[in-house]
Design a protein around this ligand. Structure first.
Ligand code: HEC
Length: 140
């Protein structure tokens, strides 16, 4: 996938150089141009996680529960950094459910010997919303 974008980016550069030189003889380059601009337009939208409703709702719940006493986004505290959690687990329904259950029941052994305290007062739905927010932080 990454390679595909690099190729498209290279094609965009080549297309830009050709149009700057004023040469209109290469029709194959011109045909590829709309495809490249579509691909580049999709990148910022996919990276803009803060407008995602799961992100906003999950962040609010994480902030109003005790999560941030042990977790930070980019830094290991008592618990793993949320970004490390996001990079470890793919954002699938099965993983969201599994991690939400761990938030409620507590967990240990995946990040070291320190255990996460159980959160019996958190509903499964709220726990899933928080996990969805966490998994959106993936950057690898
Ligand atoms: C007392 C400290 C503490 C609090 C409070 C806490 N956590 Fe954790 N959390 C941990 C530790 C420690 C781990 C690593 C457990 C392990 O190694 O399996 C962890 C792991 C996790 C994981 C990854 C689980 C896995 O199996 O990889 C998620 C997701 C998570 N926490 C979310 C939350 C959320 C959401 C809250 C708030 C409702 C929260 N945590 C509150 C300490 C805490």
């Amino acid at each position: 996938m990454k390679k595909y974008f690099i190729v498209l980016a290279a094609m965009t550069v080549i297309a830009a150089c050709n149009s700057n030189s004023g040469s209109s003889s290469d029709s194959s380059t011109a045909a590829a141009a709309p495809e490249s601009s579509d691909a580049t337009a999709a990148v910022p939208a996919a990276n803009d996680i803060s407008s995602n409703p799961d992100y906003q709702a999950g962040l609010k719940l994480v902030a109003t529960n005790d999560c941030l006493t042990c977790h930070k986004v980019d830094e290991k505290v008592t618990g793993p950094a949320y970004r490390d959690v996001a990079n470890k687990y793919e954002n699938t329904d099965a993983n969201v459910k599994m991690l939400a259950e761990k938030v409620i029941k507590g967990g240990s052994g995946n990040w070291g010997t320190v255990a996460m305290t159980p959160h019996p007062n958190v509903s499964q739905a709220d726990a899933e919303t928080m996990v969805k927010y966490i998994l959106l932080l993936r950057n690898k």
